[in-house]
Ligand binder design. Structure first.
Ligand SMILES: Nc1ncnc2c1ncn2[C@@H]1O[C@H](COP(=O)(O)OP(=O)(O)OP(=O)(O)O)[C@@H](O)[C@H]1O
Length: 211
């Protein structure tokens, strides 16, 4: 179990705001996400959910405010191993297999103790597809291959942008199960979704963005 002193959030936003041509896309917003917490980012189309995720991964620079990771100011160096992002673009190399994609990611960011590529691919339901080129997988199978990365890498913070898209009923249950396991291990996750989300652990926290 990964632990952090109780009072220090794994991920914290203070008066965070993103501006495009001097107009706020979202914010200012404040939140603190501690180990064991899952929060849902809610808002209408265009309210800035994906933009918030991109700011939190360092792909976009905040207009105002700050982001803290484990209590320290966020930088591209600290975010690399500590945060894993699953976005609309799944970040898979389509000419490589799921196993090769995972191997590449683990080479960059390390592996969670006690697991390996075969085990996580089995866990996401891709047994038998480990060595097929990603371009030959269905949309849902590609999504599962991207979810396997969450299980393999040791990152404590998961940022999941519409993780349920393209998944069947089993896949949706899989995402919820992975989130519950991650929270039980002391990880934290921020999730955007337009669909209904349910966790055995009860109602997730909600962070609302307004268009
Ligand atoms: N690359 C871009 N250039 C200019 N404007 C952009 C760009 N990307 C997004 N926007 C605008 O920023 C605003 C927020 O977009 P964003 O994708 O963050 O919303 P969202 O809440 O994730 O929406 P959805 O629910 O439709 O996925 C929208 O008004 C959008 O038009």
């Amino acid at each position: 179990m990964i632990s952090s002193p109780d009072n220090i959030a794994l991920l914290e936003a203070r008066a965070l705001c993103f501006l495009r041509q001097d107009e706020p896309v979202f914010g200012p917003i404040d939140f603190a996400l501690h180990g064991g917490e899952i929060a849902l980012v809610e808002g209408d189309n265009g309210s800035g959910k994906t933009t918030l995720m991109r700011v939190l991964t360092g792909m976009l620079r905040p207009g105002e405010g700050e982001v803290l990771l484990d209590g320290a100011p966020f930088s591209l160096d600290t975010v690399a191993g500590a945060v894993v992002f699953l976005g609309h673009h799944l970040g898979l190399k389509v000419d490589m297999t799921p196993r090769e994609n995972l191997h590449l990611a683990a080479g960059l960011y390390g592996r969670r103790k006690g697991t390996d590529e075969s085990a996580v691919l089995r866990e996401v339901g891709l047994a038998g597809y480990e060595d097929e080129p990603v371009r030959q997988l269905s949309a849902g199978q590609k999504k599962r291959a991207a979810l396997a990365r969450l299980l393999l890498l040791p990152a404590r913070v998961w940022l999941l942008d519409e993780p349920y898209a393209n998944l069947d009923r089993d896949g949706i249950a899989l995402v919820n199960r992975l989130l519950e396991q991650h929270a039980a291990r002391g990880g934290a996750a921020l999730v955007t979704s337009h669909g209904a989300v349910s966790f055995a652990g009860g109602e997730p926290r909600r962070i609302r963005l307004h268009a």
